[in-house]
Design a protein around this ligand. Structure first.
Ligand SMILES: Nc1ncnc2c1ncn2[C@@H]1O[C@H](COP(=O)(O)OP(=O)(O)O)[C@@H](O)[C@H]1O
Ligand SMILES: [Mg+2]
Length: 397
């Protein structure tokens, strides 16, 4: 894909803080190694990028699009807020038609299929496509696509942001059947269309969604076993430093190594936290590293919740039934409050009143959902230490 003229493929050396905003691709820092690795994977297979909110998944996709290798075209779309599979089919048709128009062609098979159903206006698909018509539309559309991709010798990467939210929305609104069918159809499309790849992102684990579909709806398939699944990491020290320096340069601040180091530590390499902290600290007359921890503490304390920490509390209620959510809270309390690190057996031992199987299953859910992770010694820890501190404060531990 050609690079837009106003965007430099090199990362910016100086930039204004933009915590939570949509970033320009040259303002996405510290991710190029990861992006190169993702593109290597996309040469052969599709990719799922999973991580908590605000870690930078969307930003990574924005920059990936800019750095697309020769022979790849990218179509990017946020699926958050879509309410049905027919709406999904509609936006996909719109996106694909736009791509095809750059090659001066149309999605003829898809159009013909719609015409037979009497649908002529694309924006009405959502209302008029009944039953599993959306599935047929997708199949026709991908056949149109494959033909054009072949002719132009391109591979298409469909970057779909927040797929897990969309699937969860389908399940929560009584459309679990469509959700399962969609997952199967997408897998079949990946299998039969060698020039199509997908990048799927999600802030809640696919694992938990699939468990729900299995438990509550008898789903048996493994719709992602052909996809490389990656957890998006925090920034490494070098990337975090590059981001901090670019933000400080913009404010004409000295690049004081002690300040930069402290900021790398306090932020844990979380790019959004870096953006927020620099933004706040620079509001002080003489920004100092001693202010950084206090500043983070302020960001974590009401009023307001810029770090979206309440999301970690609410999500358990929303995604789990009452009993499971209660156990999840107890497990998190145990890990958060324990003075020593605990492995899984240690957590079970600390909770003798709960069946071992259920405790282990809960730990798995919490790992899938980015609350906890296992370190190299198999000990459980909060994925983010500031989330642990929030949990301790919020739960009065
Ligand atoms: N690589 C990065 N470089 C600079 N800022 C970043 C980067 N990644 C994330 N951010 C900051 O974090 C915010 C949230 O990032 P975003 O990509 O929207 O996360 P996610 O999609 O995982 O929720 C952005 O608005 C920006 O302020
Ligand atoms: Mg996002």
């Amino acid at each position: 894909m050609s690079i837009p003229e106003d965007v430099d493929p090199l990362p910016a050396r100086s930039m204004q803080p933009n915590p939570g905003g949509a970033l320009r691709p040259d303002h996405v820092l510290g991710r190029d190694q990861l992006i190169a690795d993702y593109w290597r994977t996309l040469q052969v297979q599709s990719l799922a990028l999973l991580a908590p909110r605000r870690i930078g998944k969307t930003s990574i996709m924005v920059r990936m699009e800019l750095l697309a290798p020769e022979g790849f075209v990218v179509v990017r779309r946020n699926l958050e807020g879509l309410e049905s599979t027919s709406e999904f089919a509609q936006v996909l048709l719109e996106d694909i038609e736009q791509l095809l128009s750059t090659w001066k062609t149309k999605a003829l098979r898809a159009r013909e299929f719609l015409a037979k159903l009497g649908v002529v206006e694309l924006h009405k698909i959502k209302l008029e496509l009944r039953g599993v018509g959306w599935k047929r539309l997708l199949e026709r559309l991908f056949d149109d696509l494959e033909e054009q991709l072949e002719q132009h010798d391109q591979t298409l990467v469909l970057m779909w942001d927040e797929v897990t939210l969309f699937i969860a929305q389908l399940i929560n609104s009584g459309q679990a059947g469509d959700a399962m069918l969609l997952l199967d159809v997408l897998r079949a499309i990946r299998q039969s269309h060698p020039r199509v790849r997908m990048v799927l992102t999600g802030s809640i684990g696919f694992g938990e969604l699939l468990r729900r579909l299995r438990r509550e709806h008898g789903y048996r398939n493994r719709p992602l076993n052909d996809v490389a699944q990656r957890s998006v990491p925090l920034l490494q020290a070098g990337g975090a430093e590059a981001l901090i320096c670019a933000l400080l340069r913009h404010a004409d601040q000295a690049l004081e190594p002690a300040f930069i180091n402290e900021l790398v530590q306090v932020s844990e390499g979380h790019p959004f936290v870096i953006q927020l902290l620099v933004d706040r600290v620079l509001q002080q007359l003489v920004p100092s590293r001693v202010d950084l921890r206090a500043c983070l503490a302020t960001l974590m304390t009401p009023p307001g919740d810029p770090l979206d920490l309440n999301h970690y509390l609410d999500r358990l209620e929303r995604e789990l039934d009452n009993q499971a959510a209660a156990l999840a809270r107890v497990v998190l309390d145990t890990v958060a409050a324990s003075p020593d690190s605990l492995d899984r057996a240690g957590v079970c031992a600390a909770l003798p009143g709960h069946p071992r199987d259920r405790v282990l299953a809960t730990i798995r859910i919490l790992e899938d959902d980015f609350y906890l992770r296992r370190n190299q010694h198999e000990q459980l820890e909060f994925m983010l230490q500031f989330v642990r501190r929030f949990w301790i404060a919020e739960r009065g531990l």
